[in-house]
Design a protein around this ligand. Structure first.
Ligand code: 8X3
Length: 255
């Protein structure tokens, strides 16, 4: 069922990176709350599957391409209530000394500049809703540095800074700005991409951790934020598995 305001108008949500992981789970969670969800990502087959499952709409979009983001906003239409900036990722697992600057540029583009493209494209529709919400999936890497994460740590600190700036700039407008910062979430792709396709290295990230977070845990948090009363802005929310007290403090039962 499409979520209704007291005037029984449908409520629309957009999720970037909706083809898998946290994005796909968030699309499902928002649909379960009654939103019509536009599932945006680069891979048409993935978003088509998710959109068909939840009765949403699939729109191919690459947040590193301004024209692609503009086309997404046009496809969504003049009103949107919730925009979830989930597209992002970590590329590489190297010290600052050994890192590839091209990977750092890619991370900055997708994790930081992508936010600006999406926000710029959707602000008119968010304003038109009269009750807009932007949720960005940040990271604990946006709070604390760790070795071999320099480019990603910098990008996620940047994403947090952009959201904090936007909240200041939009104060007085009917738009809320939230950041959800997950710790260790076990999704099929995040660590695999970071490790350049090395499945063994990706699996080692979660080795011995009984219960890392699942994509659904983060989706649940986003849906909770999106269903708070309009005057309640959840500025930022750090979510970790119980086994991870800090980036460097992970309880492993086996190695
Ligand atoms: C992902 C969490 O710990 O790999 O954003 O930085 S972490």
């Amino acid at each position: 069922m499409v979520a209704m305001t007291p005037q029984y108008a449908p409520r629309y949500a957009v999720v970037t990176g909706a083809g898998s992981g946290i994005g796909a789970a968030t699309a499902r969670a928002l649909a379960a709350e009654g939103f019509h969800v536009f599932c945006a990502a680069r891979r048409l087959d993935r978003i088509t599957e998710v959109a068909e499952e939840i009765g949403g709409t699939a729109v191919v979009c690459d947040v590193t391409d301004a024209d692609s983001v503009t086309a997404l906003a046009e496809a969504v239409g003049p009103v949107v209530h919730v925009v979830v900036n989930n597209a992002g990722g970590a590329f590489g697992n190297d010290t600052v000394e050994e890192a590839d600057p091209e990977q750092w540029k890619q991370m900055y583009d997708v994790n930081v500049v992508g936010l600006q493209r999406v926000v710029t494209a959707f602000l008119p529709a968010l304003r038109a809703s009269g009750d807009g919400l932007v949720v960005t999936i940040g990271s604990v890497a946006g709070r604390v540095a760790y070795e071999k994460g320099g480019g990603y740590v910098a990008a996620k600190h940047g994403a947090r800074a952009v959201m904090n700036t936007l909240r200041l700039e939009l104060c007085g407008e009917p738009i809320r700005i939230s950041e959800v910062a997950p710790g260790m979430v076990h999704t099929p792709e995040f660590s695999l991409v970071r490790m350049g396709g090395d499945q063994g290295a990706a699996d080692a990230v979660y080795a011995g951790v009984d219960e890392p977070l699942l994509a659904e845990d983060i989706a649940d948090v986003v849906a909770w934020i999106a269903t708070r009363p309009s005057h309640v802005n959840i500025d930022e929310l750090v979510v970790r598995p119980r086994a991870q007290a800090a980036a460097h403090k992970v309880h492993r039962t086996k190695s």
